[in-house]
Design a protein around this ligand. Structure first.
Ligand code: S3P
Length: 439
């Protein structure tokens, strides 16, 4: 089957209720915590995408039994030190930075060298940011240049560390939390605000973690966990990063309305909502609930007639880190020049997304001025596309693919969008939902 999606007409107006896939960050964390749980964990609505299946394969290689059926997934953990280590284990993190980085923290006590490899995109990404703090605990880590393939070998005599996480990276913070949970004594992290699912799961599981919140940083203290309760009957809420594509499609389409059911609206993830509301998008949360430490809601979004440019405060960056490409499409149609700054981290993702953002916009006829860490987008409220556009993200970046599909459906033109397969990493049902909305 061809790996190209061809789109040659705008979407008609729609009014629908949809479900998007389970939260990827939570799904991977559920697998990792459950693999260290004392007993049987069970999750419903686990995202069965390639990134999460890579996490499942990784824990299976470490001797953990996993069963998946149509309704749920069960993991049979043997406790925090219950992996069955063998010599010459290789873990393939495939496309997943979250898996590759988080599991390193868990392998801090591995008695043998474990090799971690990944796909072409992951192999270009920086792992020194996580190797450096883990080496201070006492792990031996050998990187290739600054990344994969790498080997990690743990240590029996781990030492607690003090670590300043200054990028706003939840992956780095989480990896160090996992290492702290395996280390006697108190480890401390001063972490710039970022998504906090790991901390919330620790709290839900009553693990020895203390968090003090200050304006820009969280001060986290972690002690060794002797036991980890299994995560039973965990219903993974839907992923706002997947919902984001449909929020933007609805806002940009005429006379349309969409309800996205049961989405995780954890405050550390809803930068897109804050930013889009400021730009004039009509979004509401309905049926808000607390769920095992997370917050969920149905998201109601309507077409937006007038969109305003934004000078986006950097304090929203970490909360919207995976959504900037799709937010840029709103800026493309907004009245005025939008400015997004301090977003150099986008170029550290599955592909250099800041560069891709401006590339897609320029192909659409939108002017941009881009630096290493910022972009100005000159919006055009009358934007209509009448030409042929080809998008080929050579690093197979799922978010470049999905953003391009939304642009084609929202603005028209004739598009050939390569790398359809990339959606398998995070959102395998993306095109099914698109087809449902186009009916
Ligand atoms: C993630 C953290 C973010 C995000 C990624 C998922 C996580 O990465 O971009 O898609 O689940 O912890 P960084 O922590 O590297 O910013």
């Amino acid at each position: 089957m061809s790996n190209i999606t061809k789109i040659c007409r705008k979407i008609n107006s729609f009014e629908k209720t949809i479900n998007v896939s389970g939260d990827k960050s939570l799904s991977i964390r559920w697998v990792l915590f459950s693999s260290m749980g004392n007993g049987k964990s069970k999750a419903f609505n686990l995202l069965l995408s390639e990134d999460v299946l890579a996490a499942i394969n990784a824990v299976k290689k470490l001797g953990i039994k996993v069963n998946i059926n149509k309704k749920y997934c069960t993991i049979f953990g043997n406790g925090p030190s219950g992996y069955k280590y063998k010599k010459n284990i290789t873990i393939n993190a495939q496309n997943s930075g979250t898996l590759g980085r988080l599991i390193m923290g868990i392998l801090i006590d591995a008695p043998y060298k474990i090799k971690i490899v990944g796909d072409k995109s992951l192999s270009k990404r920086d792992f020194s940011r996580i190797a450096n703090p883990l080496k201070k605990f006492g792990a031996k880590i050998k990187l290739t240049n600054k990344g994969l393939p790498l080997t990690i070998c743990g240590n029996k005599n781990l030492k607690p560390i003090k670590y300043l996480e200054n990028r706003g990276s939840a992956q780095c913070k989480s990896s160090v939390i996992f290492a702290g949970l395996k280390t006697l004594g108190k480890s401390f992290i001063k972490a710039k605000k970022s998504r906090n699912h790991t901390e919330l799961l620790c709290k839900h599981l009553k693990l020895p973690i203390k968090i003090k919140k200050t304006k820009n940083y969280d001060l986290i203290e972690i002690k060794k966990a002797k036991k980890i309760n299994p995560l039973t009957n965990y219903k993974i809420p839907s992923d706002i990063s997947s919902g984001a594509f449909f929020i933007v499609l609805t806002a940009l389409s005429d006379n349309s309305k969409l309800l996205i059911k049961n989405v995780n609206i954890n405050p550390s993830r809803i930068g897109i909502i804050t930013i889009l509301k400021r730009m004039g998008v009509n979004i509401k949360f309905k049926n808000k609930q607390n769920y095992k430490g997370e917050v969920t809601a149905d998201i109601l979004v309507k077409s937006s007639k007038k969109l305003k440019a934004i000078n986006c405060p950097s304090k929203f960056n970490s909360q919207a880190i995976d959504e900037f490409l799709i937010i840029f499409l709103i800026a493309a149609k907004a009245n005025g020049v939008s400015y997004f700054k301090d977003i150099g981290e986008l170029d550290q993702k599955e592909s250099p997304r800041l560069k891709w953002g401006s590339k897609i916009l320029n192909k659409m006829g939108i002017k941009t001025i881009t630096t290493d860490s910022s972009i100005k987008i000159f919006g055009n409220p009358d934007l209509k596309i009448n030409k042929k556009i080809v998008i080929k993200s050579y690093l197979n970046d799922h978010r470049v693919f999905m953003t391009s599909v939304i642009a084609a459906l929202a603005f028209g033109g004739t598009w050939d969008i390569y790398d359809k397969d990339s959606i398998k990493t995070s959102f395998p049902t993306f095109l099914n939902i698109i087809n449902d909305l186009r009916k």
